[in-house]
Design a protein around this ligand. Structure first.
Ligand code: SAH
Ligand code: MG
Length: 218
């Protein structure tokens, strides 16, 4: 895709510089597909599950701002299992010395501020299934990148996919068909979506999978 230039390019530079787990080519694919939904997709806000320090929220936020949409960025900011001490993706400076628990909210907030996205990205601080249970607004875009264990991933799928509007985009991160490359649950929920018959496969970039809803129900 061509270089967007202007304000989106400025936000994309912040996205690339931000801390987190989103390779540049996959982030750029997030931006491009979100931009398409912003122009041609159904009405409704966008939501990401799993924001961490705000990196993917900047990629999606760049497209949301350009399209005049809102992005809800949902995270309890306490880290997934794989972010806790002793696990592969632990970053010790993200532990709050007072509580002894991980806290990515201050960095998320600074990232969104510095990218100029405070008018576009709305932080939802809480537990994903609890928020999903009371959510009522149909979503035009859903990005799932929260807890990658079996239970968290399947609960995100079951809790959020019913809120995705027909013609809306479902994006799932860390989908690894080969178990040697990474954990299974994101691949399992991608398989559920494909097997449901309610989605059309749109794209795959690295571990990012992009699906469009073609029918209601999961
Ligand atoms: N998208 C991010 C990476 C997300 S890492 C990026 O671009 O860098 C996964 C995130 O999911 C962590 O920040 C963790 O706190 C969050 N998470 C895990 N389980 C959750 C739950 N049940 N509710 C809310 N957030 C959760
Ligand atoms: Mg991820």
């Amino acid at each position: 895709m061509s270089d967007p230039g202007g304000r989106p390019a400025e936000v994309l530079a912040h996205a690339e510089a931000a801390r987190g787990f989103m390779p540049a080519d996959e982030g750029r694919a997030l931006f491009d597909h979100a931009g398409t939904v912003g122009q041609h997709g159904p009405d409704g806000p966008w939501l990401e599950v799993g924001s961490y320090c705000g990196k993917s929220a900047c990629y999606l936020g760049a497209a949301a701002e350009a399209a005049g949409r809102q992005l809800f960025a949902l995270d309890h900011h306490r880290g997934s299992d794989e972010n806790q001490a002793g696990w592969e993706h632990h970053e010790p400076d993200l532990v709050d010395p007072v509580t002894g628990r991980m806290d990515t909210l201050p960095i998320f907030r600074r990232t969104i501020h510095d990218a100029g996205l405070e008018g576009t990205v709305v932080a939802l601080v809480g537990d994903s299934p609890s928020v999903a249970a009371v959510w009522r607004t149909p979503l035009a875009l859903l990005f799932i990148d929260g807890g990658h264990g079996t239970e968290p991933a399947h609960r995100d799928y079951e809790g959020w996919v019913p809120h995705l509007a027909v013609d809306g985009l479902l994006l799932i991160h860390d989908v690894f068909p080969d178990p040697a490359d990474g954990g299974r649950p994101p691949f399992e929920i991608w398989t559920r979506a494909v097997d449901s018959g309610a989605f059309t496969e749109v794209d795959a970039v690295g571990s990012l999978r992009v699906l469009r809803r073609n029918a209601a129900g999961i």
